[in-house]
Design a protein around this ligand. Structure first.
Ligand code: CUA
Length: 354
């Protein structure tokens, strides 16, 4: 047997490299899809309730059509590569050259037109279904304002202000209780995206956008800002906490309270009110009425700090207060240059804001 010629070696290496690259891209895009949403990775393949469900069905239709096209094209390609590969017995002449085929040209013009037409019809129907859904009288109204790099969340009818974690009641088909969101931006364009609950909707300065969610299963759903908005775009995470029947009212009643005023942490409290903390943060029931940063009235009821940058533990909160730039570089909360003792006092006070 003759050794392979240099040209066949080059061919097989390129082929292997291309196949590996395709496999790598597939693994990269598909891996998060199979991970559990609670592990910190959002999931587009586990829709819960409308409008995520019709969007998911539509996505599957598009994926199926694309998969069929992919299999046909790759099948023909592989067949051609194998069937017409270079052989030992080749006489070195060019094969017969064929130009033009009315049937084939007609087929690859008409078929794509039909596919695009079908997809446009289904798209239009899905968009209309989602956008034209009227809010039932029991719908919860929430305003979300995108900031660099956190989410301000207001419940105008309930008088609640919070941040980064949207609490909503569960909605079932017998008793729909959707949440209607009004989306605004305080600075640049952001995009609200919780894949298991709905599609993306942008938050654009000087414009009110609207969307709604109606989750059917209680639990925590993860999402993130889906429009590049600056340095910490990647740490602009959102959580939607869906409460079982009755529990949402309990949460809302707790959030409506003023902040606790614990005399044991007076030193930390005095420190908070004597530094510039007070210019940026609101603590309900006190003179702190700043609007630039998140409302801290019930800070301890939240699971994360810095819009998902860290979990809300005593240790992380201390690191955050000590120097927020270490946990979220470039964020607008400055390093307050506090001493160890001052940091402990301030954290002691913040930890009472439950
Ligand atoms: Cu906000 Cu990206």
């Amino acid at each position: 047997m003759k050794p392979p010629t240099p040209s066949t070696i080059r061919f097989s290496r390129t082929w292997f490299a291309r196949a590996s690259f395709l496999y790598f891209v597939f693994a990269l895009t598909a891996a998060p899809a199979f991970a559990d949403g609670a592990s910190g990775v959002t999931n587009i393949f586990k829709p819960d309730g409308t409008p995520a469900r019709p969007i998911f069905d539509y996505t599957m239709l598009v994926l199926a059509i694309c998969a069929v096209i992919f299999v046909i094209v790759m099948g023909l390609l592989v067949y051609t590569v194998v069937r017409f590969r270079r052989r030992q017995a080749d006489d070195g002449h060019e094969p017969p050259q064929v130009y033009g085929s009315n049937q084939i040209e007609l087929a690859w013009t008409v078929l794509p037109i039909i596919i695009v037409f079908v997809l446009s019809l289904v798209t239009a129907r899905t968009i209309a279904e989602v956008q034209n859904a009227p809010p039932p009288p029991k719908a919860l109204q929430v305003t979300i304002v995108g900031h660099q790099w956190w989410w301000e969340i207001r419940y105008p009818d309930l008088g609640i202000m919070t941040a980064n974690e949207l609490h909503v009641p569960v909605s079932d088909s017998a008793q729909p209780r959707p949440t209607f969101l009004k989306l605004e931006s305080a600075d640049v364009a952001h995009s609200f995206w919780v894949p298991q609950l709905a599609g993306k909707t942008d938050l654009i300065p000087n414009r009110d956008n609207r969307m709604w969610i109606a989750p059917m299963t209680p639990g925590t759903y993860l999402g993130n800002c889906a429009e590049y908005c600056g340095t910490q775009h990647a740490r602009m995470l959102i959580r939607v906490i869906v409460h079982p029947p009755g529990e949402f009212e309990t949460w809302a009643a707790a959030e409506q309270r003023d902040a606790t005023n614990d005399v044991q942490v007076k030193a930390g409290r005095d420190l908070f009110f004597s530094t510039s903390c007070v210019n940026c943060h609101t603590i309900k029931g006190t003179e702190a009425q700043g609007k630039f940063g998140p409302d801290l009235t019930h800070l301890m009821s939240r699971e994360t700090l810095g819009s998902g940058a860290a979990s809300n533990t005593a240790e992380k909160l201390r690191a955050w207060v000590r120097n927020p730039q270490r946990l979220k570089e470039g964020c607008y909360m400055p390093d307050m240059q506090l001493t160890d003792e001052e940091t402990d006092q301030l954290v002691g006070y913040l930890r009472t804001l439950n």
